[in-house]
Design a protein around this ligand. Structure first.
Ligand SMILES: Cc1cc2nc3c(=O)[nH]c(=O)nc-3n(C[C@H](O)[C@H](O)[C@H](O)COP(=O)(O)OP(=O)(O)OC[C@H]3O[C@@H](n4cnc5c(N)ncnc54)[C@H](O)[C@@H]3O)c2cc1C
Length: 404
């Protein structure tokens, strides 16, 4: 019995064209050729896919925002129906997604809506700081830095120091990449604004005892050394209690002042999922079975940041990473394929390929197969991973040329 003979007519609908959703769509495209009845619909608010792992470069002014927006029309086969619309909710019993373009019925739904910044209800944080979760966000960060440098150039020395300081909240991979990128670019940018190259400063404020929490101590040491070499001032055990006009107020009463504030302190599930009636766990992520189907909703799969998947080896929920999203997308595509062919579903297993973080525009750190490296090689590795990803979306598009 497959999804059609089971009496569950209607398309397979993929909600979200990010890392997970796009992967599922591209992988299933070849099935369209042998299944003339099959409909595959992809829904996203944007008509482009965003390479989010490259955002720190856009925020640091080294890459154009349009370079990380990949038009979906260049990637999708003609038989894939793409609907550009905002998804506003789900009718679980009626099997329909509510969108700005009207309701869309599903026989199988893949939820891949990613996540959004989590401000942990810290007072003032959402209003006072910028976030970094889209190409437009990243453009806003770089524009704000430039405005602050302009203002600093016209200010007295004391204000100048404050205005030319960028404060990044959250010392995870995103915060480290952003702080490194800015620290490398700001001296030159300051000169362009008529300021001394050593005038700008970058602060990285982390609530926990270390940056890059969960990584090996060697990796953390190497990253800390590069950040220090770039002049980034790292504050750990610094819990932000409130964000005010003057800056981040820490729990111990200290004020971290700056001209630009960026929050990279964590993510949570999109709001519409909280009101959907789907079973949710930590940070609002959706609970799934080992085949990545929503508990008690076998017609709905979840992949990427939105899925709450426990790694049986560590007992922890897998982190919100592109690598995880792609692997989950692969399993979802295989399981939909299995359903169409009436085969057994396969359980999801995460194969960790390692961890790579760029620190500045030339160096980075990496933990791969138990070996830690730091320096230019790790940065080249990060470049290679991003290049390979861009190739893969184009390669998968050409996976079955006859279906185009
Ligand atoms: C700055 C930054 C740097 C990162 N660097 C790395 C890295 O180096 N390595 C790594 O492994 N991971 C990295 N990540 C994490 C990685 O980007 C995410 O884990 C990954 O994007 C998750 O994929 P996803 O498909 O679940 O969601 P996303 O890629 O976020 O895609 C979600 C899609 O859903 C769409 N969508 C959401 N809500 C709606 C709605 N209501 N209506 C219509 N469409 C909607 C969005 O437009 C988007 O296209 C980084 C993240 C950020 C923000």
């Amino acid at each position: 019995m497959n999804v059609f003979t089971a009496g569950t007519s209607g398309p397979i609908v993929v909600a979200g064209a990010g890392y997970a959703g796009l992967h599922v769509t591209l992988r299933l495209t070849a099935k369209l050729r042998n299944n003339p009845m099959m409909e595959l619909t992809l829904v996203d608010r944007h008509d482009y896919h965003q390479a989010l792992t490259e955002l720190p470069r856009v925020a640091g002014g080294t890459r154009a925002a349009d370079a990380v927006r990949i038009p979906l029309q260049d990637l999708l086969a003609k038989r894939v129906r793409f609907v550009q619309a905002e998804i506003s909710g789900f009718d679980l019993a009626g099997r329909r997604v509510h969108t700005g373009a009207g309701p869309i019925g599903w026989s199988r739904l893949v939820l891949a809506l990613g996540s959004r910044p989590n401000d942990f209800a810290i007072p003032g944080l959402a209003q006072r700081s910028l976030s970094l979760y889209s190409a437009s966000d990243a453009e806003r960060v770089w524009a704000a830095v430039n405005r602050a440098l302009d203002d600093a150039a016209a200010a007295d020395p004391e204000r100048q120091q404050r205005l030319a300081t960028v404060v990044v909240g959250g010392g995870g991979a995103t915060g480290v990449e952003l702080a490194g990128e800015l620290a490398e670019m700001l001296p030159e940018e300051a000169s362009r604004h008529g300021l001394a190259p050593d005038r700008p400063a970058v602060w990285l404020v982390e609530a926990g005892p270390t940056i890059l929490a969960g990584s090996s101590s060697q990796l953390i040491d190497k990253a800390s050394r590069i950040l220090s070499d770039l002049g980034v001032q790292v504050r750990t055990n610094a819990v932000i209690a409130a964000a005010t006009e003057e800056g981040f107020r820490l729990k111990d009463g200290q004020l971290v002042e700056g001209g630009v504030f960026v929050w990279a302190g964590g993510v949570k599930a999109p709001e519409l999922v909280a009101d959907s009636g789907l079973p949710t766990g930590h940070n609002g992520r959706v609970k799934v079975d080992r085949y990545l189907r929503v508990l008690d909703h076998p017609d709905i799969y979840v992949a990427g940041d939105l899925a709450s998947v426990v790694d049986p080896r560590s007992g922890h929920v897998l982190p919100p990473l592109a690598q995880v999203a792609l692997e989950e997308g692969e399993t979802v595509a295989r399981n939909l394929d299995a359903e169409l062919d009436g085969r057994q579903l396969e359980a999801f297993t995460f194969h960790d390929k390692g961890f790579v973080v760029s620190v500045g525009t030339r160096r980075g750190v990496a933990d791969i197969a138990g070996i830690t490296s730091g320096g230019q090689l790790a940065h080249l590795l990060k470049d290679a991973i991003e290049w390979e990803y861009r190739q893969s979306v184009r390669y998968l598009r050409g996976w079955d040329p006859v279906a185009r």
